[in-house]
Design a protein around this ligand. Structure first.
Ligand code: ZN
Ligand code: ZN
Length: 253
């Protein structure tokens, strides 16, 4: 399995970190920066997009993605997500007001994108991968994903406050090579993290006690202006396998 962490142009600290991971060049998890990170040809190779939730930093390049691939793909790109997330896309994004409804264009029978509802805990098999959505604890209905092939796996929690099911799934996975999670706010903003259902480094430290697998833990979703505070707080956890999830990183499992 090849996992690419898609980076936004400019890369470093300034500007919001937008979330998107690409697996085997064909399956994306979230769509925060598909169009900045990938050539149009590479975008047209994406057959499936699994969204974790409806927040803008996870979906914001979907409209430009549809424009870029229009006329370049023979079959619809499948957008997999919770019903609530798909409903938000229908109502607020692909609604003909903000952006054309590409779920019926060029025709309802052969649209550019097709919505596919996920149920937490029910795996979906695509492109030789088994992708299991796992409910996490965030402001809107949100799932993380366990992504597995026959030899390897990683788990991406997406945005979440304290939660349990992703740790149960990670601990039970047949293979596990990487655990990707978040630390959005510094410890001093514990109240904000609780209110917005994210994690601070201290909260993440308690969360990681639930992970019994000795795998690398990569942390993302740091608030850009607070990275200089959050990273030392993460280091202070003295977790032996913890690092930041670097933009443009490539993992080969
Ligand atoms: Zn979010
Ligand atoms: Zn987010």
């Amino acid at each position: 399995m090849i996992l690419r962490v898609l980076g936004c142009s400019g890369g470093e600290a300034e500007g919001h970190r937008l979330t998107a991971l690409l697996v085997n060049d064909a399956v994306a998890l979230d769509a925060g920066c598909l169009t900045q990170a990938l050539s149009v040809e590479a975008q047209a190779s994406i057959r499936h997009i699994f969204l974790t939730h409806s927040h803008l930093d996870h979906i914001c390049t979907l409209p430009f993605f549809t424009k870029n691939i229009f006329g370049r793909v023979g079959t619809p790109v499948e957008i997999h997500a919770l019903p609530e997330t798909l409903d938000a896309l229908r109502r607020h994004l692909f609604n003909d007001e903000i952006w054309p409804d590409f779920s019926v264009i060029p025709s309802p029978d052969a649209p550019l994108i097709r919505y596919s509802e996920l149920k937490p805990g029910v795996p979906c098999e695509v492109e030789g991968l088994r992708i299991t959505p796992i409910a996490v604890h965030h402001l809107v209905p949100t799932v993380g994903y366990l992504v597995e092939d026959d030899h390897s796996a990683f788990l991406f929690t997406s945005d979440t406050g304290p939660t349990d099911a992703v740790y149960v799934a990670a601990n039970a996975a047949k293979h596990l090579n990487l655990f990707i999670t978040e630390a959005s706010f510094p410890n001093a903003q514990h109240g904000l993290a609780e209110a917005s259902k994210h994690l601070t480094p201290a909260m993440l430290g308690r969360e990681l006690q639930k992970l019994t697998r000795e795998v690398p833990v990569a942390v993302c979703h740091l608030t850009p202006g607070d990275q200089a505070t959050i990273w030392p707080e993460l280091q202070a956890l003295h977790h032996p396998r913890l690092s930041l999830l670097e933009q443009d990183a490539v993992f080969v499992f």
